[in-house]
Ligand binder design. Structure first.
Ligand code: ZN
Ligand code: ZN
Length: 700
């Protein structure tokens, strides 16, 4: 029997290949179908081309087969050939090419197909109309979808569902929900596909009440067993930050696939339940859930957002080891980990991956790279990436402006801002914060005022509290302390801590005790728990040799149980991060570090480099003296990095507090003596030390 059937196949195959091109219409269809069943598109096509007049069924079959195998563009081309031959298509043929246009998101061809449908009188047909609505939805054209929908004579549940979905998929959730309501009014009952298509609208609007109503509908109609419906419900509750409800739906699901697992995983991270999310992810792996790229992206993004940066990078490695290829979402999720860790090396590796995998054209990826390089202290590389971007949107420009401001290069921020306007890109609120903060770092007072005044007048951006704070900062840093104070008093909005903080910081630099007292007293009310303000006021008093008030400030801090944030600095040397605290002696090279610093201070003395005597104190207690006179962490980190140079021409040190005046002076000198560029990032900005100067020009 088996032998026979094999022989029969052989025989039939022999017959086909020997037979001349078939003229009988029914047979050409069968012939092509025999190849298409096995997925051999090429041979089916060859055969098709030999048929002088293929029937419509064969055309349809060939088009559908190409679409099904992902060759939608080819399918559309086949349709064009048919039209060139003046063949009149039937309903099913137009249906097949509509699906191809949907897959290719080809709006031009989609319109042509719609026209053809109308011309041949099929536009009111339900089946074809539904496909055309879907086609327009996939091409993100709601107007087209609406036109087709209006023409359909008998609108069934599929028509309505496609119509609702066209709005939701085009980012118009409100209209999608309206269409859904309209559907109910027309007496058409939604099915599971409708519900899972409309639920994302509730997610996007974060409208939990509407979502709950949909949930009620699902329960009343017994749709909860549908995996798409339940997954959409989980996602909806997750987006509305209702983790308990999301979990409840998830735990009642009878059938779980990776999409539903990913839904609950994302829910945990969205709701900042990092540990729970991680536990769930490990459970998925242990229970053999077939993970997909979205699962990895969810967990990696969750880690970076939750501050578990090292783990995010580790998971990226696991992801690749498990045979998954990171995509642009992975890159965007993991880059902030490098940014937060100031890991230039890790960032560069990801940049390399981005280039190798053609992701560089993704605007979000490139912008994230610019920010990463800037925050890791390498502004040159930020500029390089930015310069290579073919298209720059507002976020890209903003990022480059902020990058320059962070590095204290206000002139460049200003230049970029003008270029941005010339390029016809609209600035937004963030743009102005970036430019104004750049102006403050570079003492560009007039420029800042010009831009500030132009905000609502020329760009319809209303200045908010942050912009006002920037202006206080501009005035303060430029030494116009009285003006800054008056500016705060005249502010139409309640002055924020950052406005008063800017003034207080400037009072320290410009030794203004009176305004310092005023600013500090306001700050102690607004943010009584911030140790930085007490320390600044303390330093102002110490500098003015007002020992009594200095001690009082210290006492106030003690009484309010406010502990100073311990200062620490860190530096990356050969893939390892080394952290230092004040007077640190835990490093294995501490002997060399202190020897180096002693030599430096001796050289400084000989060069008559003025030590910062303001910081030599008389009337403070021993503990305070030690803090002020001892070797600060940034000096130790700089010395350590110099002792461990590996051919680099620049070193990058990071500090969790403001750099102090004495260290600033010393590092300027060190940079000159050793002929290196030393970049120190403190809480406010980057300082680029070179040839005895700092990029901040001693304003910080
Ligand atoms: Zn210091
Ligand atoms: Zn500086």
């Amino acid at each position: 029997m088996l032998q026979f059937s094999i022989n029969k196949v052989k025989y039939r195959f022999y017959m086909f290949s020997k037979s001349p091109p078939n003229r009988s219409p029914g047979l050409s269809f069968k012939l092509i179908n025999s190849y298409l069943v096995t997925g051999d598109l090429r041979r089916a096509r060859q055969l098709f081309d030999k048929i002088p007049q293929p029937d419509l069924r064969s055309w349809t079959l060939l088009i559908s087969a190409h679409t099904q195998h992902g060759f939608s563009k080819e399918a559309i081309k086949i349709y064009s050939t048919l039209k060139l031959r003046n063949i009149r298509p039937d309903k099913l043929l137009i249906l097949s090419v509509a699906k191809a246009c949907a897959l290719a998101s080809d709006l031009v061809k989609a319109r042509e197909v719609h026209e053809d449908a109308a011309r041949f009188g099929f536009h009111s047909d339900t089946l074809l109309g539904n496909a055309l609505v879907d086609m327009y939805a996939k091409c993100k054209n709601v107007d087209g979808a609406r036109r087709v929908f209006d023409d359909i004579c008998i609108k069934d549940v599929v028509s309505w569902t496609s119509f609702c979905r066209s709005y939701v998929n085009c980012g118009l959730p409100r209209q999608g929900l309206e269409a859904f309501r309209e559907m109910g009014l027309n007496g058409v009952r939604p099915n599971s596909v409708t519900v899972s298509s409309v639920l994302p609208a509730c997610s996007e609007l974060k409208d939990v009440n509407l979502g709950r109503q949909m949930h009620g509908f699902v329960m009343r109609n017994g749709l909860e067993s549908n995996v798409f419906v339940s997954s959409a419900l989980v996602n909806m509750y997750a987006s509305c930050l209702r983790i308990r409800e999301a979990e409840l739906v998830f735990s009642n699901m009878s059938h779980l696939d990776v999409v539903s697992w990913n839904g609950i995983l994302t829910a945990c991270f969205l709701n900042k339940e990092l540990e729970k999310g991680l536990a769930l992810f490990y459970k998925m792996r242990n229970e053999g859930v077939k993970l997909n790229t979205s699962s990895w992206n969810a967990v990696i993004g969750g880690c970076t957002q939750g501050g578990r940066n090292e783990l995010a990078l580790e998971l990226l490695g696991h992801m690749q080891d498990s045979g998954f290829k990171p995509n642009q979402i992975t890159v965007i999720s993991v880059l902030p980990a490098c940014t937060n860790l100031e890991s230039l090396k890790g960032g560069k590796e990801i940049h390399g991956y981005v280039c190798r995998n053609w992701l560089i054209e993704d605007l979000t990826v490139t912008t994230a790279l610019i920010f990463m390089y800037a925050k890791c202290g390498n502004l040159e590389l930020s500029q390089k990436v930015f310069g290579l971007m073919p298209i720059k949107d507002t976020v890209a420009w903003n990022t480059m402006i902020i990058a320059n401001s962070m590095h204290g290069i206000g002139e460049e921020s200003l230049l970029l801002f003008r270029e941005m306007l010339d390029a016809g890109v609209r600035p937004n609120s963030v743009t102005f914060t970036g430019v104004l903060s750049g102006c403050s770092h570079s003492c560009l007072v007039d420029e800042a005022f010009f831009i500030f005044n132009s905000m609502s007048r020329d760009h319809s951006v209303e200045p908010d509290a942050e912009h006002f704070s920037c202006m206080v900062n501009v005035l303060s840093r430029a030494g116009h302390l009285e003006e800054a104070y008056e500016f705060i008093l005249r502010m139409p909005k309640e002055p924020t801590a950052s406005a008063w903080g800017a003034l207080l910081g400037a009072c320290r630099v410009y030794k203004n005790v009176e305004l310092g007292r005023k600013a500090a007293s306001r700050l102690f009310e607004i943010e009584p728990g911030n140790p930085g303000n007490y320390v600044l006021l303390f330093n102002i008093f110490v500098t003015a040799k007002l020992w009594g008030e200095a001690s009082e400030t210290r006492k106030m801090m003690r009484d309010r149980k406010i502990t100073k944030t311990p200062g620490c600095s860190w530096v990356q040397v050969r893939n390892k991060v080394y952290t230092f605290v004040v007077g640190d002696r835990n490093n294995t090279q501490n002997h060399e570090i202190y020897k180096f610093l002693d030599e430096m201070s001796e050289k400084m003395r000989l060069a008559c480099y003025m030590p910062n005597t303001e910081f030599v104190l008389q009337d403070v207690n021993e503990e305070e003296k030690e803090e002020i006179l001892c070797n600060h962490s940034e000096k130790l980190a700089v010395a350590f990095a110099i002792l461990n140079l590996n051919g680099e021409s620049s070193i990058r040190v990071f500090k969790n507090l403001r750099i102090c005046g004495d260290c600033h002076n010393t590092i300027k000198f060190i940079a000159k003596v050793v002929g290196l560029q030393i970049i120190v990032r403190d809480t406010l900005r980057f300082h680029h030390f070179k040839d005895g100067y700092c990029s901040c020009r001693d304003f910080w």
